[in-house]
Write a protein that binds this ligand. Structure first.
Ligand code: FES
Length: 233
């Protein structure tokens, strides 16, 4: 799940949720007008880029949702903005019209070629880096599944293009005290909830991040069993 938009005047945040585990299924079971107890935030820091450059935001899966308000803000700050989003097929792409509105250039990628570029987001990113040099990105932001963010980091690693990945490790307190969201960046321990979520993608220890993201797979499966046995909605 990810915050995709907000409206300060109306006091709203918009959250996109994919039902994959117990918590997200509880959210999915809510009806209009239902309540959840609390939301804590905003937490962490915005990505630190000098304004005025060409920023490419690369999103996979729910990462596309997170790019919406982020890239709109970058454009408002004077950046040229390109968004690259990908999915297996056309009908799995989300928020296409909304994303198109907030950037200068939207690039769609699908594995099966059902719309846009046929191939991975990183292949399209590579094309843009290698193509018209006046369009070459100054910054790249990667938001999405860990393998995708790692592939984006590998794509830009030797190009000199500053690249940040938005890490979303498991979080508990969200205040930098529990250590649950620990990640290693350039050999240093950081907490994604207060230091992140954006980190230099070329410095991220992705092996550790992937391993830590799977720490509670067994407990998650047990919780899913308990929920279905208990018939809770
Ligand atoms: S969630 Fe506890 S330290 Fe970040």
């Amino acid at each position: 799940m990810t915050i995709t938009d907000y409206d300060r005047d109306r006091g709203l945040v918009t959250i996109v949720v994919q039902e994959v585990g117990v918590t997200t299924r509880y959210l999915g079971a809510l009806d209009e007008g239902d309540e959840i107890l609390d939301i804590v935030g905003p937490l962490g820091e915005a990505p630190q880029f000098e304004p005025g450059g060409h920023v490419i935001g690369v999103g996979g899966g729910y990462g596309a949702a997170a790019l919406l308000c982020l890239m709109r803000e970058r454009k408002q700050q004077g950046d040229r903005t390109t968004i690259i989003v990908g999915a297996r097929q056309k009908d799995l792409l989300i928020l296409v019209d909304e994303l198109r509105e907030v950037c200068d250039n939207l690039e769609l990628c699908t594995d099966d070629g059902s719309t846009g570029f046929k191939g991975l987001v990183t292949e399209r990113l590579q094309q843009l880096i290698d193509g018209d040099q006046s369009e070459r990105p100054d910054y790249v932001l990667a938001i999405g599944p860990m393998p995708m963010m790692r592939a984006v980091a590998d794509t830009t690693r030797t190009t000199g293009i500053a690249t940040q990945a938005s890490l979303d490790p498991l979080m508990i307190d969200g205040t930098g005290m529990c250590g649950g969201c620990r990640v290693t960046i350039g050999g240093e321990v950081k907490f994604a909830c207060v230091d992140g979520p954006f980190f230099d993608a070329h410095q991220v220890d992705f092996d550790e991040a992937v391993q830590r993201s799977k720490m509670y797979v067994k407990e998650e499966a047990l919780a899913a069993c308990r929920r279905s046995e208990g018939g809770m909605s």
